[in-house]
Design a protein around this ligand. Sequence first.
Ligand code: GLN
Length: 260
Amino acid sequence: MTVAQALACGLDARDARLLLAHATGFSEASVLAFPERSLPLEAEQRFLDFAARRRAGEPVAYILGRKEFYSLPLAVNPAVLIPRPETELLVELALSRDFSTVVDLGTGSGAIALAIKKHRPKARVLAVEASAAALEVAKRNGVALGLDVEWQHGRWFSGLDRRVDLIVSNPPYVAAGDRHLADLRYEPASALVSGADGLDAIREIVAAAPEHLLQGGWIFLEHGIGQDKAVRELLERAGLEEVQTWPDLAGTPRVTGAKR
Ligand code: GLN
């Protein structure tokens, strides 16, 4: 099988190129530049296996074992949610504030905490995760990137020993039974699903936020389409101020925040 034949296997062109590069060890550029090259037998077998997994619906990021987020190369596996481009908004908003201590609740792969630490090396960055398997991925990413985040195993604020300037979270926010979940079946349900309306985790985080924020500190929460009004109401009811929502690049209201 040649590179050109592999690329013509019926997958999305970019997926095919990434999987072929991963299977062969060729760079993406050389995959494009040398279509007549024939694949070593083992590489061909690896590629066919990757292509079959992709066709069955497995996300490319899990097949490659990596995903880029905020220009950071992250290791991922099925224990963690695959970082999404829209979550970069949460990082942008965090980095728009002054803070010396920030906590990322439900850090998963560590994506948000690591991106913040990368750009605020002097800040104390805490990251909490309830899943031990996910936390292992996050810690490995921290070591690989040389970023000194303080990882804590626990639920939401459980391990927090002091008030912080900033709380960020991309918690699970999909409603149980949402049809959209079929497309997300390879990802951990615990990172996606949160009660009948998808707001259980956000309710729990918002209720506890005021007692964990320093005066003047901010909280930013990612949420799903159509949840912005409910999240603003929760933040207002918790007594927080300057409650507002920001749209992602697609124009979807995606992050809601407030100040103590
Ligand atoms: N953004 C994910 C989706 O595809 C959901 C992530 C989450 O629940 N935090 O809907």
